[in-house]
Design a protein around this ligand. Structure first.
Ligand code: T3D
Length: 250
C-alpha cells in the first residue's frame, strides 16, 4: 500500500483532514490481509513540513482553532501509535524536506529512505514548541542524546547523508529515486513472513524499556506465536526440501 501525503502547495503540512485520512489509511493497512507492506511518501517537492501553521491560528474561516494539546493527541499521536503497532513493515520514502512532525513521522517508520537533497529539521524550537510525534522517544534511540539534543535545540538541517552516517535513517537515494527504492524494498518485504515481522516490531517497541529478563520472556512469547504460523511451517519445509519458501503472511 502506498500512502501519499497530498497537500504539496504547503509541503504536505498536516491539517486535521489529512491527519484523519492518514489514520484511516493506516487502519485499512492493518485490516486488509492483502496489504503486506506500507510505503509512506509525499507529493511534490516536500515529504511533510509538520503541522499546518495556518490551521492553528484563529482566522475568519477558523475562529476557534483546536487547542494544541488536542491537535497532538488527536492528530499525531494516533498516527505514530498506528505505525508502531502495525504488524507489517512501514517504509518512509522521503522525497523532500521533512520538518517538525513531518521529520518525526518519517523516523517512526521501520525503514527510512531519503533522497540525498532531503533535510530533516526538528523545526519545533524555531517556533517555541517542543518536539512531538514521537520525536523525543525515537530520536535519542536512533542517534543518542547528544545528537538528539543538538537537533532539537538548534533546529538545524540534517541532510540525508549525515542522517545515514548517524544511524538515523536506513538508506540514501538519488534525487527522485526514494519512492522507487522504497517500492523495491516493499516488494521484497511483502513476500516474507509478515507475521514474524509484526511480532519483531512488538519486541523492538519494548526493547529499550524492558530488563533483559523481561525481554527474554517477551521473546519466548512471540516466538511461540511465530512458531505457530503457517509461514514458519512453510519456511522449515522449504529449507528441508531445498526450495524457495512461499510465504503467505499467515
Ligand atoms: O498545533 C501545533 O502546532 C502542535 C503540533 C506541532 C507539530 C509541528 O509539526 S510544529 C512544526 C511545524 N512546522 C514548521 O515549523 C516548519 C515550517 N516550514 C519551514 O520551516 C519551511 O517551509 C521548510 C524548512 C520546511 C521548507 O522551506 P522551503 O524554503 O523549502 O519552503 P517554503 O518556501 O518555506 O515553503 C513552501 C510553501 O509551503 C510556503 O507557502 P507559499 O509561500 O509558497 O504560499 C510555506 O508557507 C508553506 N509551508 C511550509 N511549511 C508550512 C507551510 N504552510 C503551513 N504550515 C507549514 N508548516
Amino acid at each position: 500500500m502506498i500512502i501519499s501525503l497530498n497537500r504539496p502547495e504547503v509541503l504536505n503540512s498536516f491539517n486535521e483532514f489529512m491527519a484523519k485520512e492518514t489514520q484511516l489509511a493506516l487502519d485499512q493497512a492493518e485490516q486488509d490481509p492483502e496489504i503486506r507492506a506500507v510505503v509512506l511518501t509525499g507529493e511534490g517537492r516536500g515529504f511533510c513540513a509538520g503541522q499546518d501553521l495556518q490551521e492553528v491560528l484563529s482566522s475568519e474561516t477558523n475562529p476557534t482553532p483546536k487547542p494544541i494539546q488536542k491537535i497532538v493527541e488527536e492528530h499525531y499521536n494516533p498516527i505514530v501509535t498506528k505505525i508502531r503497532e502495525l504488524e507489517k513493515p512501514v517504509i518512509a520514502a522521503v522525497n523532500g524536506v521533512a520538518a517538525g512532525a513531518g521529520a518525526n513521522l518519517a523516523l517512526c517508520c521501520d525503514f527510512v529512505i531519503a533522497e540525498e537533497s532531503v533535510a530533516f529539521v526538528q523545526a519545533f524550537s524555531k517556533i517555541g514548541l517542543v518536539p512531538d510525534t514521537g520525536g523525543t522517544w525515537i530520536l535519542p534511540r536512533l542517534v543518542g542524546m547528544a545528537q538528539a539534543t543538538r537537533m532539537m535545540f538548534l533546529g538545524d538541517k540534517v541532510m540525508a547523508a549525515e542522517a545515514k552516517a548517524l544511524g538515523m535513517i536506513y538508506e540514501v537515494a538519488e534525487v527522485g529515486a526514494a519512492l522507487e527504492k522504497a517500492m523495491i524494498l516493499a516488494s521484497q518485504l511483502a513476500v516474507q513472513p509478515t507475521k514474524a515481522f509484526g511480532y519483531t516490531k512488538k519486541l523492538l517497541n519494548q526493547a529499550f524499556e524492558n530488563s533483559l529478563s523481561k525481554q527474554l520472556e517477551a521473546e519466548a512469547v512471540y516466538q511461540a506465536k511465530a512458531g505457530s504460523t503457517e509461514d514458519h511451517r512453510e519456511g522449515v519445509a522449504a529449507f528441508l526440501e531445498k526450495r524457495k519458501p512461499h510465504y503467505q503472511g499467515k
